[in-house]
Design a protein around this ligand. Structure first.
Ligand SMILES: Nc1ncnc2c1ncn2[C@@H]1O[C@H](COP(=O)(O)OP(=O)(O)OP(=O)(O)O)[C@@H](O)[C@H]1O
Ligand SMILES: [Mg+2]
Length: 233
Protein backbone atom coordinates (compact mmCIF):
# COMPACT_ATOMS: atom_id res chain seq x y z
CA UNK A 1 0.00 0.00 0.00
CA UNK A 2 1.27 3.45 -0.97
CA UNK A 3 -0.69 6.45 0.21
CA UNK A 4 -0.14 10.16 -0.45
CA UNK A 5 -2.06 12.41 1.93
CA UNK A 6 -2.22 16.07 0.86
CA UNK A 7 1.36 15.95 -0.39
CA UNK A 8 3.00 19.05 -1.81
CA UNK A 9 6.57 19.46 -2.97
CA UNK A 10 8.18 22.80 -3.65
CA UNK A 11 11.50 23.43 -5.36
CA UNK A 12 12.41 26.97 -4.33
CA UNK A 13 9.15 28.87 -4.64
CA UNK A 14 7.70 26.59 -7.34
CA UNK A 15 5.28 23.79 -6.61
CA UNK A 16 6.36 20.62 -8.42
CA UNK A 17 3.44 18.85 -6.71
CA UNK A 18 0.40 20.37 -5.06
CA UNK A 19 -2.04 18.61 -2.75
CA UNK A 20 -1.56 15.10 -4.10
CA UNK A 21 -3.86 12.39 -2.72
CA UNK A 22 -4.03 8.77 -3.80
CA UNK A 23 -3.95 5.28 -2.41
CA UNK A 24 -2.43 2.36 -4.29
CA UNK A 25 -3.48 -1.05 -3.04
CA UNK A 26 -0.98 -3.82 -2.48
CA UNK A 27 -0.69 -6.00 -5.58
CA UNK A 28 -2.18 -3.47 -8.00
CA UNK A 29 -0.71 -2.09 -11.24
CA UNK A 30 -1.22 1.65 -11.64
CA UNK A 31 -0.14 3.95 -14.45
CA UNK A 32 0.95 7.54 -13.88
CA UNK A 33 0.65 9.78 -16.90
CA UNK A 34 1.20 13.45 -17.55
CA UNK A 35 3.23 15.66 -19.84
CA UNK A 36 6.87 16.47 -19.26
CA UNK A 37 7.43 18.42 -16.05
CA UNK A 38 4.06 17.42 -14.58
CA UNK A 39 5.73 15.81 -11.53
CA UNK A 40 5.85 12.06 -12.22
CA UNK A 41 9.49 11.50 -11.30
CA UNK A 42 9.06 13.77 -8.27
CA UNK A 43 6.29 11.47 -6.98
CA UNK A 44 8.56 8.45 -7.42
CA UNK A 45 11.54 10.13 -5.74
CA UNK A 46 9.33 10.96 -2.75
CA UNK A 47 8.38 7.27 -2.46
CA UNK A 48 12.03 6.16 -2.21
CA UNK A 49 12.81 9.09 0.10
CA UNK A 50 15.20 10.62 -2.35
CA UNK A 51 13.13 13.77 -1.69
CA UNK A 52 11.01 14.85 1.26
CA UNK A 53 7.58 16.45 0.90
CA UNK A 54 7.16 20.14 1.74
CA UNK A 55 3.75 19.27 3.19
CA UNK A 56 1.66 16.17 3.79
CA UNK A 57 2.28 12.55 4.61
CA UNK A 58 3.41 9.55 2.61
CA UNK A 59 2.53 6.14 3.98
CA UNK A 60 4.10 2.92 2.83
CA UNK A 61 2.53 -0.05 4.54
CA UNK A 62 2.82 0.67 8.24
CA UNK A 63 5.53 3.31 7.71
CA UNK A 64 5.03 7.05 7.61
CA UNK A 65 7.94 8.14 5.42
CA UNK A 66 8.04 11.65 6.83
CA UNK A 67 8.64 10.25 10.31
CA UNK A 68 10.80 7.23 9.50
CA UNK A 69 14.28 7.41 11.07
CA UNK A 70 17.03 8.11 8.54
CA UNK A 71 18.66 4.78 9.29
CA UNK A 72 15.63 2.95 7.85
CA UNK A 73 15.99 4.43 4.37
CA UNK A 74 18.08 1.53 3.08
CA UNK A 75 15.55 -1.00 4.39
CA UNK A 76 12.80 0.99 2.69
CA UNK A 77 14.68 1.03 -0.62
CA UNK A 78 15.06 -2.74 -0.59
CA UNK A 79 11.29 -3.05 -0.53
CA UNK A 80 11.12 -0.95 -3.69
CA UNK A 81 12.68 -1.85 -7.02
CA UNK A 82 13.26 1.36 -8.96
CA UNK A 83 13.62 1.39 -12.75
CA UNK A 84 15.13 4.79 -13.46
CA UNK A 85 14.01 6.99 -16.34
CA UNK A 86 17.62 7.09 -17.57
CA UNK A 87 18.25 3.43 -16.55
CA UNK A 88 21.56 4.17 -14.77
CA UNK A 89 23.32 1.11 -16.17
CA UNK A 90 27.09 0.97 -15.89
CA UNK A 91 28.43 0.79 -19.42
CA UNK A 92 31.75 -0.82 -18.44
CA UNK A 93 30.05 -3.73 -16.68
CA UNK A 94 28.37 -6.69 -18.27
CA UNK A 95 24.65 -7.36 -17.97
CA UNK A 96 25.09 -9.87 -15.17
CA UNK A 97 27.52 -7.57 -13.33
CA UNK A 98 25.02 -4.70 -13.52
CA UNK A 99 22.32 -6.89 -11.99
CA UNK A 100 24.68 -8.23 -9.29
CA UNK A 101 25.86 -4.80 -8.20
CA UNK A 102 23.14 -3.82 -5.69
CA UNK A 103 23.48 -7.23 -4.04
CA UNK A 104 27.24 -6.94 -3.73
CA UNK A 105 26.92 -3.42 -2.31
CA UNK A 106 24.64 -4.82 0.36
CA UNK A 107 27.23 -7.42 1.37
CA UNK A 108 25.99 -10.51 -0.50
CA UNK A 109 28.89 -12.72 -1.62
CA UNK A 110 29.88 -12.67 -5.29
CA UNK A 111 28.84 -16.29 -5.70
CA UNK A 112 25.34 -15.75 -4.25
CA UNK A 113 24.91 -12.45 -6.09
CA UNK A 114 25.83 -14.16 -9.34
CA UNK A 115 23.38 -16.99 -8.73
CA UNK A 116 20.52 -14.58 -7.97
CA UNK A 117 21.35 -12.36 -10.97
CA UNK A 118 21.38 -15.36 -13.31
CA UNK A 119 17.97 -16.49 -12.02
CA UNK A 120 16.48 -13.05 -12.58
CA UNK A 121 17.99 -12.73 -16.04
CA UNK A 122 16.19 -15.96 -16.97
CA UNK A 123 12.97 -14.45 -15.62
CA UNK A 124 13.29 -11.33 -17.80
CA UNK A 125 14.34 -13.35 -20.87
CA UNK A 126 17.95 -12.19 -21.05
CA UNK A 127 20.03 -15.14 -19.94
CA UNK A 128 21.70 -15.43 -23.36
CA UNK A 129 22.90 -11.80 -23.08
CA UNK A 130 24.35 -11.91 -19.60
CA UNK A 131 27.95 -11.45 -20.67
CA UNK A 132 27.25 -8.59 -23.10
CA UNK A 133 27.81 -4.94 -22.25
CA UNK A 134 24.84 -2.53 -22.25
CA UNK A 135 25.94 -0.89 -25.50
CA UNK A 136 25.76 -4.26 -27.24
CA UNK A 137 22.04 -4.51 -26.46
CA UNK A 138 18.90 -3.10 -28.03
CA UNK A 139 16.90 -0.45 -26.16
CA UNK A 140 14.31 -3.02 -25.09
CA UNK A 141 17.01 -5.35 -23.81
CA UNK A 142 18.64 -2.55 -21.84
CA UNK A 143 15.27 -1.79 -20.29
CA UNK A 144 15.00 -5.45 -19.25
CA UNK A 145 18.42 -5.22 -17.57
CA UNK A 146 17.18 -2.23 -15.56
CA UNK A 147 14.06 -4.19 -14.61
CA UNK A 148 16.18 -7.21 -13.66
CA UNK A 149 18.36 -5.05 -11.44
CA UNK A 150 15.23 -3.66 -9.75
CA UNK A 151 14.14 -7.21 -8.92
CA UNK A 152 17.22 -8.41 -7.02
CA UNK A 153 15.85 -7.82 -3.52
CA UNK A 154 12.48 -9.44 -4.35
CA UNK A 155 10.77 -6.06 -3.83
CA UNK A 156 7.16 -5.55 -2.75
CA UNK A 157 6.85 -2.63 -5.14
CA UNK A 158 8.32 -1.84 -8.54
CA UNK A 159 8.48 1.78 -9.62
CA UNK A 160 9.09 2.06 -13.34
CA UNK A 161 9.74 5.56 -14.65
CA UNK A 162 8.94 5.57 -18.39
CA UNK A 163 10.13 2.02 -19.04
CA UNK A 164 8.84 2.20 -22.61
CA UNK A 165 10.33 5.64 -23.27
CA UNK A 166 12.15 5.21 -26.58
CA UNK A 167 10.82 1.84 -27.62
CA UNK A 168 8.61 0.87 -30.55
CA UNK A 169 5.10 -0.38 -29.86
CA UNK A 170 5.87 -4.08 -30.06
CA UNK A 171 8.85 -3.80 -27.70
CA UNK A 172 6.84 -1.57 -25.36
CA UNK A 173 4.11 -4.18 -25.18
CA UNK A 174 6.71 -6.86 -24.42
CA UNK A 175 8.04 -4.77 -21.52
CA UNK A 176 4.49 -4.22 -20.30
CA UNK A 177 3.80 -7.93 -20.48
CA UNK A 178 7.00 -8.64 -18.50
CA UNK A 179 5.81 -6.18 -15.82
CA UNK A 180 2.34 -7.76 -15.92
CA UNK A 181 3.92 -11.14 -15.19
CA UNK A 182 5.83 -9.67 -12.22
CA UNK A 183 2.61 -8.04 -11.00
CA UNK A 184 0.72 -11.35 -11.22
CA UNK A 185 3.19 -12.84 -8.74
CA UNK A 186 2.03 -10.20 -6.24
CA UNK A 187 4.39 -7.25 -6.75
CA UNK A 188 2.72 -3.83 -6.76
CA UNK A 189 3.65 -1.83 -9.87
CA UNK A 190 3.53 1.94 -10.25
CA UNK A 191 4.62 2.98 -13.73
CA UNK A 192 4.91 6.30 -15.53
CA UNK A 193 4.31 6.40 -19.25
CA UNK A 194 3.81 8.78 -22.14
CA UNK A 195 2.99 5.96 -24.47
CA UNK A 196 -0.41 6.78 -26.00
CA UNK A 197 -0.85 3.30 -27.44
CA UNK A 198 -0.34 1.66 -24.06
CA UNK A 199 -2.76 4.11 -22.47
CA UNK A 200 -5.38 3.43 -25.18
CA UNK A 201 -5.12 -0.33 -24.86
CA UNK A 202 -4.93 -0.67 -21.10
CA UNK A 203 -7.65 -1.35 -18.58
CA UNK A 204 -5.41 -0.43 -15.68
CA UNK A 205 -6.03 2.42 -13.27
CA UNK A 206 -4.56 5.66 -14.61
CA UNK A 207 -3.63 8.66 -12.49
CA UNK A 208 -3.28 11.80 -14.59
CA UNK A 209 -0.98 14.61 -13.48
CA UNK A 210 -1.05 18.12 -14.91
CA UNK A 211 1.33 20.76 -13.66
CA UNK A 212 1.76 19.04 -10.31
CA UNK A 213 -1.92 18.32 -9.69
CA UNK A 214 -3.99 15.18 -10.15
CA UNK A 215 -6.66 16.00 -12.71
CA UNK A 216 -8.07 12.53 -13.14
CA UNK A 217 -7.90 9.17 -11.40
CA UNK A 218 -9.62 6.66 -13.56
CA UNK A 219 -10.04 3.35 -11.88
CA UNK A 220 -11.27 0.71 -14.27
CA UNK A 221 -11.87 -2.26 -12.08
CA UNK A 222 -14.53 -3.65 -14.38
CA UNK A 223 -14.08 -6.13 -17.19
CA UNK A 224 -15.39 -5.24 -20.65
CA UNK A 225 -19.03 -4.21 -20.63
CA UNK A 226 -19.23 -3.70 -16.90
CA UNK A 227 -19.59 -0.36 -15.20
CA UNK A 228 -16.53 1.84 -14.93
CA UNK A 229 -15.74 3.89 -11.87
CA UNK A 230 -14.38 7.32 -12.64
CA UNK A 231 -13.39 9.96 -10.13
CA UNK A 232 -12.89 13.45 -11.52
CA UNK A 233 -10.99 15.81 -9.25
N1 LIG B 1 15.81 19.04 -8.20
C1 LIG B 1 14.97 19.94 -8.73
N2 LIG B 1 15.15 21.27 -8.55
C2 LIG B 1 14.30 22.17 -9.06
N3 LIG B 1 13.20 21.86 -9.78
C3 LIG B 1 12.98 20.56 -10.01
C4 LIG B 1 13.83 19.54 -9.51
N4 LIG B 1 13.35 18.33 -9.89
C5 LIG B 1 12.25 18.59 -10.61
N5 LIG B 1 12.01 19.92 -10.68
C6 LIG B 1 10.87 20.56 -11.36
O1 LIG B 1 9.69 19.92 -10.90
C7 LIG B 1 8.76 19.74 -11.96
C8 LIG B 1 8.40 18.26 -12.07
O2 LIG B 1 9.53 17.54 -12.54
P1 LIG B 1 9.51 15.97 -12.77
O3 LIG B 1 10.89 15.55 -13.10
O4 LIG B 1 8.84 15.33 -11.62
O5 LIG B 1 8.57 15.86 -14.05
P2 LIG B 1 8.18 14.58 -14.92
O6 LIG B 1 6.69 14.51 -14.96
O7 LIG B 1 8.90 13.38 -14.42
O8 LIG B 1 8.72 14.98 -16.37
P3 LIG B 1 9.30 14.05 -17.57
O9 LIG B 1 8.10 13.44 -18.26
O10 LIG B 1 10.01 15.01 -18.45
O11 LIG B 1 10.21 13.05 -16.97
C9 LIG B 1 9.40 20.33 -13.19
O12 LIG B 1 8.93 21.65 -13.34
C10 LIG B 1 10.89 20.34 -12.86
O13 LIG B 1 11.56 21.36 -13.52
MG1 LIG C 1 10.29 12.12 -15.24
Amino acid sequence: MIEFQSVSKKFGSNFALENINFLIDKGSFVLLIGSTGSGKTTIFRLIIRDLFPTEGNILLGEWNLTKLPKGKTQTLRRKIGYVFQDLKLLMDRTVVENVMLPLEFSGVSEKDANKKAEEILIEVGLSDKQNKFPLQLSGGERQRVAIARALVFDPEIIIADEPTGNLDLQTSLQILSLLDGINKKGTTIFMATHNEKIIEKTNKRIIVLEKGKITEDKKTTAKKGEKEEKNEH
